[in-house]
Design a protein around this ligand. Structure first.
Ligand code: PLP
Length: 384
């Protein structure tokens, strides 16, 4: 049993949850001291903070100057729903899904909006082949499938001269992966993912073509105030300058600003992408060295660099779900990895968040613990 000794080193931060994700390194609540609490978000100080959040987002992500960026209610879900409810129905729709969140958007479009959409799915571990997609339709998809650890490799298959709009849920991709802005008409994300911000608010980014649709098309269904982006047939420009539809949390805004400053301090998008890639590489190397564990993504070019999903492949395992749960529980009870069980709808396994706020040394320190927990679980299985 000597090989079941626990590893000598522990991750300094055991937070590998895929959302809300680890806060920025050296985070402290003191960093939020400048939040204008108890003040109106429409006072100059509040508006300036909201505007800065938009401007810094644009700068770091390289969002084109003619794209609008708005802060909206309801986190990423709110942003995606606003986009779908406001834009869809004008032309045929194709929905792409390869994991749980993409499937959620399919449900909303088919069952709630009752649109006769084409639905194209790929199983967990795979991605839809974009070469087969008709981009003259409006196409809705998730850039990084957080629950399968599978991402779109690039936007090359999306035609520049498409007639439809591309609506992309990029919540677990934005800030950690390059996004081809010219191929994307709507991009959404939430603060609680790659920058380790807070839930509650979503970011809605619109191309000029998406704005054109908003100003020329009125959906057949009613839109609640919380979803409305136009008034009298015109875009409400204020939303994209920090005049939010309703009251935002200025504490969450301050927290996002702190994260944006940190992002800039480490080299902006380049630095953020490099950190996530370095983290995912540590996991990939560990997986390559061990024949009892594999990446859920079937090919490296579609493997996520943020929500890295792993499955156990040891033939001695009879109940995959129970085994994976056992491993995650051991890691949690040792305090070395919190919230790393696979998502409830995904195949059993582990999901290790490798986004930019996670330190590579912590990912490296976690790997021997996964080895330890696997062996301990196998030993328990054999003793039973
Ligand atoms: C791909 C994807 N879409 C949507 C969501 C929902 O995000 P939120 O809870 O911020 O609305 C998540 C959250 O994990 C996600 O990973």
């Amino acid at each position: 049993m000597s090989d079941l000794q626990t590893p000598a080193t522990r991750p300094a931060n055991p937070r590998f949850s895929s959302g809300p994700c680890a806060k920025i390194p050296a985070y402290s609540l003191d960093m939020l001291a400048d939040a204008p609490l108890g003040r109106s978000h429409r006072a100059a100080v509040g508006k300036a903070k909201l505007k800065r959040a938009i401007d810094q987002t644009r700068e770091i992500l390289g969002v084109p100057a003619d794209y609008r960026i708005g802060i909206v209610p309801g986190s990423d879900t709110g942003a995606v729903e606003m986009a779908m409810w406001s834009l869809l129905g004008a032309r045929p729709v194709e929905m792409l899904a390869w994991e749980s969140f993409g499937e959620g958007w399919v449900t909303d479009v088919v069952k709630q909006l009752k649109l006769d959409a084409k639905v194209t799915k790929a199983p967990y571990g795979e991605v839809v082949d974009f070469a087969t997609v008709d981009f003259d339709k409006d196409v809705v998809f998730t850039w990084n499938g957080t629950t399968s650890g599978v991402r779109v490799p690039n936007g090359d298959a999306i035609p520049a001269d498409r007639a439809g709009l591309t609506i992309c849920d990029a919540t677990s991709a934005a800030f950690a992966m390059e996004l081809p802005w010219d191929k994307l008409d709507v991009v959404t994300f939430s603060w609680q993912k790659v920058l380790g911000g807070e839930g509650a608010h979503g970011m809605l980014i619109l191309s000029p073509r998406a704005v054109e649709r908003l100003e020329s098309y009125v959906p057949a269904w009613p839109l609640p105030k919380i979803f409305r982006l136009t008034a009298k047939g015109k875009l409400i420009e204020g939303i994209f300058q920090g005049e939010t539809i309703n009251t935002p949390s200025m504490l969450a805004v301050e927290d996002y600003l702190v994260a944006l400053d940190w992002a800039q301090s480490i080299g902006g998008l380049k630095g953020l992408v490099a950190r996530a890639e370095a983290n995912a590489r540590v996991v990939a190397e560990f997986v390559a060295q061990n024949d009892w564990i594999a990446n859920l993504a079937v090919r490296p070019e579609i493997a996520s660099t943020t929500s890295v999903c792993l499955k156990f492949t040891d033939p001695r395992i009879t109940d995959g779900a129970a085994f994976a749960k056992g491993v995650a529980k051991r890691l949690e009870s040792q305090g070395v990895a919190l919230d790393v069980g696979a998502y409830r709808d995904a195949p059993p396994g582990l999901r290790i968040w490798c986004g930019s706020t996670v330190e590579t040394a912590d990912v490296a320190a976690l790997m021997p613990w996964i080895d330890w927990a696997f062996r301990a679980e196998i030993a328990a299985l054999q003793a039973a």
